[in-house]
Write a protein that binds this ligand. Sequence first.
Ligand SMILES: Cc1cc2nc3c(=O)[nH]c(=O)nc-3n(C[C@H](O)[C@H](O)[C@H](O)COP(=O)(O)O)c2cc1C
Length: 248
Amino acid sequence: MEKLDYNILAIVGSNNPKSYTYKITKELLERIKKEKFNFSIEIIFLHDYDIKYCHGCMNCFNRGFCPLDQEDEFNIIKEKLHRSDIIIFSTPVYAHALPGIMKSFIDRISSSLHLLEYAGKLGFTVTTTEGNGQEVVSKYIRGLQSGLGIKNLDNFIFARLKNEFKSFIESSSSDFIKRVEDNYGYSNDLLEDSFIFFKKMFTGVHEDIELYQSLKNKYECNYWNQRWIQECDSFQEFARKNRKINVK
Ligand SMILES: Cc1cc2nc3c(=O)[nH]c(=O)nc-3n(C[C@H](O)[C@H](O)[C@H](O)COP(=O)(O)O)c2cc1C
């Protein structure tokens, strides 16, 4: 890939002030930075941010904004997400699912799933657990990255009862660097399929015409009908243009 320096942003989804997931993510990023000094690293520890619960008003889908963004600190998070090149979703497993704080974060970016808003970024996930429930959580957050338009490159799972901290950091950091260096472009088959699906759905080409009628004139429909998107023949082209708009 043509790029040599990357802004890496990790979202750590634990509300525990002594979060193990934070500890492991920090160590992993510092290790990567030691090897690749031209990579910049940043962690958003959700515990430190005021994030209100989604009210379910649907404004984000229908009108393109969230009223809560004016009331809490979520805009800071969104801005950092937009500016990053690589996004890591780091989460512990709570009751075979995500902690509430991580789910709140996801709820607040749900409308981005209909826009492939983070197209042009690469992604990784880190899941920490005592020893069970990790597969379902890892699969879920990996799927979310693809849904957001992020090209997922690898997924690390740390089971505290099974894995050893130091060797996990060593192997994950070298895998991380290898995946980034071996990567080419921002696309894969899944992302290309999603792009075609949304383009068709929001321009009325999709077979479900009733669905289209219900979406017509809503924010996401107007979004997909913008000329710069309509002119893209592939996700890769869309992702490159999207980067130009968002990554300063
Ligand atoms: C409320 C709660 C529920 C948990 N549920 C699970 C679970 O279902 N399976 C498991 O293996 N570990 C479970 N754990 C353990 C955590 O996943 C594990 O200790 C994790 O590394 C904690 O990360 P944190 O300190 O960043 O929150 C749970 C911990 C808590 C606090």
